[in-house]
Design a protein around this ligand. Structure first.
Ligand SMILES: Nc1ncnc2c1ncn2[C@@H]1O[C@H](COP(=O)(O)OP(=O)(O)O)[C@@H](O)[C@H]1O
Ligand SMILES: [Mg+2]
Length: 221
């Protein structure tokens, strides 16, 4: 990854709290501050973990930045993800600002938006990537453009592992989240296909049940 500090040293010097607008303050553990700023007169979103600098969690924060950057780099040129601009100082990710509003904040969401969302999820999966954190705040709607944000939890596995049960379950989870959002916003009852995607496969129910029993047993012990 080319660091922005190498390619745009003077412009980065202009990035400061003075010319930034906070989009989301990181409050929970390993949550970044997300703010909108201007790089070279281009609106830019910074996902910034620098409050962890010189703390024991700094390596983890750097890893999160690198992982998200790697995914965005793979998706470069795809209209449904923000364009990666680079990594700043190891602990902040700079990316294209997507104007628009989070899904669901519009008075009415049209069918085409849901169709684009489903299409984006399917395309992502076809490229071997699962998002793993699809919810309305991580989906931006800018007119006809639907953009998936927040690839912190995304996963990409090599081609030979793509049919592994866990990966299939993660893909189903993404699709189920997209369909749940659609259902909630439209108030539509789930059809046959939706119900089948939303239903946990038997092995997931079994693993979850087993885990609960083990957990109760350990608590009693
Ligand atoms: N590229 C972007 N363009 C516009 N808004 C963004 C962008 N990235 C993040 N945001 C806004 O900031 C919020 C938090 O960013 P996100 O990447 O989801 O961080 P977190 O991991 O803390 O949830 C998003 O819900 C969205 O409102
Ligand atoms: Mg988010």
């Amino acid at each position: 990854m080319t660091s922005l500090t190498l390619s745009l040293p003077c412009r980065l010097a202009a990035v400061s709290a003075d010319n930034a607008r906070l989009l989301k303050r990181g409050e929970r553990l390993l949550e970044p501050d997300v703010y909108l700023t201007c790089l070279d007169n281009v609106p830019t979103v910074m996902k910034d973990y620098s409050r962890y600098r010189r703390t024991p969690l700094a390596p983890l924060a750097r890893l999160l930045v690198r992982r998200e950057a790697r995914t965005l780099r793979r998706l470069r040129g795809w209209a449904h993800a923000p364009m990666l601009l680079g990594i700043v100082g190891g602990l902040a990710l700079a990316m294209e600002f997507v104007p628009g509003e989070p899904l669901g904040s519009q008075a009415r969401v049209d069918e085409d938006t849901f169709r684009r969302l489903r299409g984006a999820v399917v395309h992502l999966h076809a490229n071997g990537i699962t998002h793993n954190d699809l919810h309305p705040a991580n989906i931006m709607v800018d007119g006809e453009r639907v953009v998936l944000l927040d690839f912190t939890a995304s996963l990409r596995l090599p081609r030979w592992m793509r049919n592994a049960p866990l990966l299939r379950e993660l893909r189903r989870g993404d699709l189920a989240n997209a369909l749940k959002i659609e259902q909630r916003l439209t108030g539509r009852a789930p059809g046959g296909y939706t119900s089948s995607v939303l239903a946990d496969p038997r092995w997931v129910t079994a693993v979850r049940g087993g885990w609960k029993r083990l957990y109760r047993y350990l608590k009693r012990a």
